[in-house]
Design a protein around this ligand. Structure first.
Ligand code: SF4
Length: 296
């Protein structure tokens, strides 16, 4: 496989073939993100010849007894690629690796809304099964501050467009992204946007300050303070309490989190609130995942 730079993928794509069809992120401005900071990760679409060679290599895995069932298309927001280009890749995957059952990709509100409903339906028809979308916050003040490049309303519109196309939507939000000052508003607005989006999958991650990022500079200059671990759990509690889902698999088990939860909402809501209340009342650090086990 031709992999340029470090490859990122959602936790649920751990067993997938990681097919890198573009390098880097076309936006690459979010103030907390250092995923694609190297020169070699400057955004570009990979040549079709490279992608074809990777698909042909993966087609041989089946003969070796490792059939490819899932494929994740990397990098950052690969859904931004032109529809015809994505369609050509999906068609080739289907033709050369018939064992593939699902294809996933990272997208954001910009890349989803740049595709018309017909274009998304075409990609769904060709095998695109799930889009992983870092929504991060439902608070436009926070989104503007971190230079997310899209608004809460656009994220809700993107959710509707994916639902219409029958493509599953997995949403990530970031605990603590509003800082101490904006914590309550960030949590309540994020619960509101999750309710409006009603995605089948949500992952709540904890904001991690990465040295060298603009957010780290804000922290060093005293312009941003991450809530402490109890403040982060209070935000998680608001999300669990106030988000209304039809049916959602809700995780807070990312390596960055202090309290891993894996819930079916709304069914598990009270059980989760009871567990959170117990931890928040006791304030016993031994109830939390220690820092050395967190993916910092
Ligand atoms: S859109 Fe995603 S990959 Fe791109 S800069 Fe923002 S967080 Fe990083």
């Amino acid at each position: 496989m031709d992999h340029v730079g470090r490859i990122f993928r959602p936790p649920s794509e751990a067993d997938s073939l990681l097919l890198q069809i573009s390098v880097g992120c076309s936006h690459n401005k979010c103030t907390y993100c250092a995923m694609y900071e190297l020169d070699e990760q400057r955004f570009r679409v990979k040549p079709m010849g490279t992608i074809t060679a990777d698909i042909e290599e993966a087609a041989g895995y089946g003969a070796a007894g490792i059939p490819v069932r899932r494929v994740f298309l990397c990098d950052g927001d690969a859904l931004i690629l032109p529809t015809d280009h994505l369609a050509e890749i999906l068609e080739m995957l289907h033709r050369k690796i018939p064992s593939v059952r699902r294809v996933g990709i990272y997208g954001d509100a910009r890349s989803i809304l740049r595709k018309s409903p017909d274009e998304l339906a075409r990609l769904k028809e060709l095998g695109l099964g799930i889009v992983y979308h870092g929504v991060e916050s439902g608070d436009d003040r926070v989104l503007e501050r971190v230079v997310k490049g899209s608004t809460a309303a656009e994220a809700v519109a993107a959710a509707g467009r994916l639902r219409e196309a029958g493509i599953r939507h997995s949403v990530m939000v970031m605990l603590g992204l509003g800082g101490v000052e904006g914590s309550a508003r960030h949590a309540s607005r994020t619960a509101e946007i999750l309710t409006a989006m009603d995605p089948p999958f949500v992952g709540a991650l904890t904001t991690t300050i990465i040295p060298g990022t603009p957010l780290a500079t804000e922290q060093d200059e005293g312009r941003f303070t991450l809530p402490d671990r109890w403040g982060l759990l209070e935000e998680l509690r608001v999300l669990v309490r106030d988000s209304e889902f039809s049916r959602c698999r809700f995780h807070s088990n990312h390596a960055s989190n202090y309290l891993p939860l894996s819930l079916n909402l709304p069914a598990d809501r009270q059980k989760a609130l009871d567990a959170l209340d117990k931890v928040l009342t006791a304030r016993d650090e031994s109830d939390l995942r220690p820092d050395y086990l967190r993916g910092l």
